[in-house]
Design a protein around this ligand. Structure first.
Ligand code: FNR
Length: 486
């Protein structure tokens, strides 16, 4: 027996941020809420991808992250939006949909199924608008969700070629027990520039009792907050869902009126940096907001940016970026230290025979394309030892990694936990190299014994020197560092 909805999301008289791939991630949702949106939908996330995600509490950022097997964050949410965010999924299977809904339901306010996506990647898997011609499947998915979870369920459809069929479909959807239905007033073959069919949404709204959420009014009708109401009135809908108008200027949700793009861009960027948005999403959203100003000097800088840092430079927000990064680093170190203290006993036992050092790899200290791992591997080869074996683990509490490397039956590890697998393995290799008294190949140690690919033409590297020639490594002994043998 399922507990019925604890927080019941109401879909009447609401202004809603529509689901939008790349746009509808946490920073945009939080900004929309700040400006006055009542409900925010996340971008469509595919059930198959979500099913394999693990839920991680990200204490450093103050978020809940759903992380895929390739370590990418698929869905990030936080307490602020918990009672406002609707999780939209792409699915064509009731059981898969239920698995995903049950995975996320305690972190969100509602679950939505996308039945309006006309793109091939969606329809070829039987998702999106492909569902609209399979009402039995729609019924199976929605009924399974309504019975199986304790949060309200909605779906988002496009209109069908005939009004009668559209009304019949929505009536069938209503009987599954969904809390509302969002109707994008365009047919599957119609593009955003085609006029929205307000009359069809109106007829549907009048034919059913559940709240209808009108969608499709951006550009043509919705230009500011007041015109959201115009669209609601024209469609007799309970609520309005806004996509493109919000993507171009999220302050569309402000009752007091639109804010200048320059101000909104910076507010968006503040959230994007604070919540560690992937730079490509940050850039995409900012480009949508800049629109006709993309050719300006700032637009060109944005276009060229390849990281959040470069984006911040383009908007003269580099000080803010550095401040947030420093805070984040400090928080991560604090959490690291805490976790290390807490896990000291078991770790001590577990690593009783391991040589440990508090060492962290810093890429800038090494020539480009030369790493401690490469040097260690080459040293092993020269010593006719089996190649180093790295055992790397990730800690669920903060997703940080730690690694143990085995060389000649001895184990070495850095006591630091780090953000990436690559980083910890490099740190571990340094511990091993330092313990063995082998040069790490650092820049300041003098000429690197490895040939630097990028500097291949420079005279100090003799022609014909192999990339992996480490002949001088084992003679380049260093004074023994402080070793902690535990
Ligand atoms: C969309 N749309 C969309 N719809 C959906 O149900 N799930 C999604 O993930 C997306 N992704 C998406 C990305 C982008 C960049 C755009 C512009 C649109 C469609 C969107 O939610 C909406 O239905 C249409 O844009 C029509 O509404 P507007 O734009 O007229 O308010």
């Amino acid at each position: 027996m399922v507990n019925r909805a604890v927080v019941k999301l109401c879909y009447k008289n609401k202004v809603i941020l529509a689901p939008m791939v790349r746009v509808g991630t946490l920073p945009m949702r939080l900004l929309a809420l700040e400006y006055g949106a009542d409900i925010v939908y996340c971008e469509e996330l595919i059930d198959l991808k979500m099913m394999h995600c693990r839920r991680v509490v990200n204490e450093a950022l103050g978020t809940i992250d759903y992380i895929a097997t390739d370590d990418r964050v698929v869905f990030r949410t936080c307490e602020r939006e918990k009672s406002h965010v609707v999780f939209q999924m792409g699915t064509s299977d009731a059981q898969r949909a239920l698995t995903v809904a049950q995975l996320v339901e305690n972190d969100v306010a509602g679950i939505d199924v996308n039945m309006g996506c006309p793109k091939e990647y969606s329809t070829k898997g039987g998702m999106g608008v492909a569902l609209l011609t399979n009402p039995d499947k729609i019924e199976a998915i929605l009924s399974t969700l309504v019975k199986g979870i304790s949060k309200p369920v909605t779906c988002k459809i496009r209109i069908l070629p005939s009004l009668e069929d559209t009304i019949n479909l929505v009536k069938r959807i209503e009987r599954t027990g969904v809390a509302a239905v969002a109707v994008h007033g365009r047919r599957k073959e119609e593009r955003p520039q085609h006029p929205v069919h307000c009359d069809v949404i109106k007829a549907v709204s009048e034919a059913v009792s559940i709240p209808v959420i009108a969608n499709g009014g951006s550009q043509e009708i919705i230009k500011d907050f007041a015109s959201i109401e115009t669209f609601r009135w024209a469609t007799s809908a309970s609520s309005v869902m806004v996509a493109r108008a919000a993507m171009w200027n999220p302050s569309i949700f402000r009752k007091e009126g639109l804010l200048p793009a320059e101000k909104v861009l910076r507010e968006y960027l503040t959230y994007a940096i604070r919540y560690d948005s992937h730079y490509s999403n940050t850039k995409y959203c900012l480009c949508q907001m800049l629109r006709e100003k993309l050719e300006s000097a700032q637009g060109k800088k944005l276009h060229a940016a390849q990281s959040n840092e470069e984006i911040c430079e383009a908007f003269e927000m580099i000080d803010y970026y550095k401040e947030v990064m420093a805070d984040l680093e400090a928080k991560r170190n604090q959490l690291n230290a805490r976790d290390q203290r807490e896990s000291e006993q078991p770790e001590d036992k577990e690593h009783a025979d391991t040589i440990q050092m508090a060492v962290r790899f810093n890429k800038r200290e090494y020539p480009p394309q030369i790493t401690p791992k490469m040097i260690l591997l080459e040293w092993c080869r020269r010593q006719k030892l089996p190649q180093p074996v790295y055992e790397t683990v990730q800690r669920p509490s903060d997703r940080l990694f730690n690694s143990v490397v085995t060389v000649a039956n001895k184990k070495y590890r850095s006591s630091y936990w780090d953000k990436t697998k690559k980083m910890v393995e490099q740190s571990t290799a340094i511990v091993c190299l330092q313990s063995l008294g082998v040069s790490e190949g650092k820049l300041y140690e003098g000429k690197s014994p490895l040939k630097n690919k990028r500097k291949r033409d420079e005279p100090e590297v003799p022609n014909g020197t192999e990339m992996t020639d480490t002949s001088s490594l084992d003679t380049n002994k260093r004074s023994s560092p402080l070793l902690t043998k535990v």
